[in-house]
Design a protein around this ligand. Structure first.
Ligand code: ZEM
Length: 291
């Protein structure tokens, strides 16, 4: 009887409305829990989605957001992922409320929600990521090391399949959030509005004077004027390298251009290595809480 009932009802196939409900739940939780960091879990949620995706290796097709393998110790404990437990724990009640969504789709949907709720551009989404076991964890060292130079940036993002323009566009995410001494060892935010996505990262890089911060921590820059903002060595490469700089100047000049190229690059990042059954023209765009 049970089997017949299940057959008659069929399996639950979630639709756009169901994913929008998940989006709304994440957005509400972002608004409710405003006593974290600079007032939002948004930046760390975006960082989770990026680190889930940024392990992709185009040559072997391994890594990427499919699998959510950061749930497991080897990958969760990689130095680059320090602090991301805060984001994973934030999402646990959402996963309990919507058990049909995979962790891997949930992490990416939440990264999209974070961008949109922090007044960034719309990022289209399609489901299709499935959770995989510990054997799919990627080796350590696939994510960028902030102490390195342009060669490293190009090697890491080139491995994922990105060009110079996309690398610079993605870096604009550092308008958001901050560095934590107990996570990466670095300290401070990049901009004065770390919970609102703007092109300020490029403006500040180009317009402010930067100097090495004098402290016991890892080598990082501080702005001469207020000493309250920071840049990583990799951030500074964006204005030191001629090709990178050309794009930074375009984004500093025009926020719409930044939003367009950022959205395209993030969409690509979040879909790396995912074996979708849904075609590209069937992506959904979620309504934001302020639409
Ligand atoms: Zn980040 N990032 N990132 N990044 N990142 C940090 C924080 C955040 C690099 C990096 O080493 C660091 C991209 C690219 C690169 C975000 C998004 C994106 C931190 C601070 C470091 C050290 C971590 C901490 O201490 O909490 C390097 C070297 C990068 C490329 C060269 C890309 C691409 C991103 C998204 C598209 C975000 C949102 C944060 C802020 C997290 C938070 O908790 O506030």
């Amino acid at each position: 009887l049970f089997g017949q009932e299940a057959k008659a009802k069929g399996p639950f196939v979630p639709k756009y409305e169901d994913y929008q409900k998940v989006y709304d739940a994440v957005a509400k939780k972002l608004q409710d829990e405003d006593d974290y960091d600079d007032g939002s879990y948004g930046p760390v949620l975006l960082r989770l989605a990026w680190h889930a995706s940024g392990t992709y290796d185009a040559e072997t097709g391994t890594g990427g957001s499919n699998g959510a393998t950061m749930r497991f110790a080897p990958e969760g404990d990689h130095g680059a992922n320090a602090g991301l437990k805060a984001a994973r724990d934030f999402l646990e009640p959402i996963k309990e409320q919507f058990p049909w969504i995979s962790y891997s789709d949930l992490w990416i949907l939440s990264g999209i929600c974070a961008i949109q709720e922090m007044q960034g551009p719309k990022i289209p989404f399609r489901p299709g990521r499935t959770d995989r076991d510990v054997s799919f964890c990627t080796p350590d060292g696939r994510l960028p090391d902030a102490s390195k130079d342009r060669k490293h940036i190009r090697a890491i993002f080139g491995r994922m399949g990105f060009d110079d323009r996309e690398m610079v566009a993605l870096s604009g995410a550092h308008a958001l959030g901050r560095c934590h001494t107990d996570r990466s060892g670095y300290d401070g935010p990049w901009t004065f509005s770390p919970t609102t996505l703007t092109n300020d990262y490029y403006k500040l890089l180009l317009e402010e004077k930067w100097q090495w911060k004098k402290w016991n921590g890892p080598k990082q820059y501080e702005d001469v004027k207020t000493k309250s903002l920071m840049m990583l060595p990799t951030d500074m490469e964006i204005v030191k390298d001629k090709t990178f700089r050309k794009h930074a100047e375009r984004y500093a000049k025009d926020n719409d251009v930044f939003f367009k190229e950022f959205a395209d690059a993030v969409l690509k990042l979040f879909e790396l290595g995912v074996p979708f059954t849904v075609s590209e023209d069937q992506r959904w765009t979620f309504k934001s809480s302020f639409d």
